[in-house]
Design a protein around this ligand. Structure first.
Ligand code: ADE
Ligand code: ZN
Length: 339
């Protein structure tokens, strides 16, 4: 078995399919935006923010994450946030990204949908022009809020329909099953939107099944708890349903106690279309390439497995077929020639 070098991992054309823009807010930028907007942060400096990033579970993290997002106020703030993430993509060999944003986190603070969409979309367009990184934006509903709130959010977002391709579902999973959002996902599908949902991160395998059956999602975000149900794993393999797995996130939020216990490569070998993603990199200690390296080091990932993970990310993306084919060919070329 050949161990892939970092240079090899970087050189593989990859898509990132599970990234919360608000989760890419680095403490340095958080401080800069707080100062620009005259907001007082409950931390004296960047080191104190980083030191606060110790989590026992998903809710611990979400409390800090929503607080951090409060520095985002203007169109330029959303632009700067998105642009900083795209620069990380360029450094890591990410050629295509499908980021989430959580509009309810911002509309609840009086920040309009227009401000959010204008800032994010302008940065994504510049990313394509200046960095050659394509993107498709995903609007994610907060599952700890009511379905009615999500319905209102969808209505507010539909005038911006050409700026996003899919809806997602995130935030506190336990106690907020996919079935709670069946109606709003049906409305989204009627508007021609694709669907994804976080399921089986902290919640049970049954939530993955619900997301497939009731929300009719194209992909499952996280999904690592599928291993509790062999029949479900069989279905994921048979239907080639992608899981957007986030290894460093799973470690930081104690979904796994040690990276050595992570099931990502077992699922890969079983034939599940797993992908590697960074989730909230500013909070969890690394971007996409860091996640590849963490899996390599803990689980002895081979070059072939790395290439398969990159291939899965392109195949599971919402890219148009011609672009997907072009990147798959490029991946094959790089994998065959890179040292
Ligand atoms: N929002 C941002 N990151 C999340 C995660 N890992 N799970 C659920 N909601 C999130
Ligand atoms: Zn997530």
């Amino acid at each position: 078995m050949t161990t892939p070098t970092i240079a090899f991992l970087r050189s593989l054309p990859k898509a990132e399919l599970h990234l919360h823009l608000e989760g890419s807010l680095e403490p340095e930028l958080m401080f800069q935006l707080a100062e620009r907007n005259g907001i007082a942060l409950p931390y004296p400096d960047v080191e104190a923010i980083r030191a606060a990033y110790q989590f026992s579970n998903l809710q611990d993290f979400l409390d800090i994450y929503y607080q951090g997002a409060s520095v985002l106020q203007t169109e330029q703030d959303f632009y700067d946030l998105t642009w900083a993430y795209l620069e990380r993509c360029a450094a890591d060999g990410v050629v295509h990204t499908e980021p989430f944003f959580d509009p309810q986190t911002h509309t609840a603070r009086g920040i309009s949908m227009a401000t959010q969409f204008r800032g994010i979309s302008r940065a994504l367009a510049d990313g394509e022009k200046q960095l050659g990184i394509s993107s498709r934006l995903i609007l994610s509903f907060l599952r700890h809020l009511s379905e009615e709130d999500a319905v209102v959010t969808l209505q507010q977002a539909l005038p911006w329909r050409e700026h996003f391709v899919a809806v997602g579902l995130d935030s506190s999973e336990l106690g907020n099953p996919p079935e709670k959002f069946a109606r709003v996902f049906a409305q989204a599908r009627e508007a021609g939107l694709l669907c994804v949902a976080h399921a089986g991160e902290e919640g049970p395998a049954a939530y993955i099944e619900q997301a497939l059956e009731l929300l009719k999602v194209q992909r499952i975000d996280h999904g690592v708890r599928c291993s509790d149900d062999p029949a479900l794993v069989e279905r994921l393999v048979h239907e080639q349903i992608a899981l957007t797995v986030c290894p460093l996130s799973n470690l930081k939020l104690k979904v796994v106690q040690q990276m050595q216990q992570h099931n990502i490569l077992q699922l890969l070998e079983r034939g599940v279309r797993v992908t590697i993603n960074s989730d909230d990199p500013a909070y969890f200690g690394g971007y996409l390439l860091d996640n590849f390296v963490a899996v390599r080091d803990a689980l002895e990932m081979s070059r072939e497995q790395a290439v398969q993970l990159a291939r899965n990310s392109l195949e599971a993306s919402f890219l148009d077929p011609a672009s997907r084919e072009r990147w798959l060919n490029e991946l094959q070329r790089v994998a065959a020639t890179a040292a």
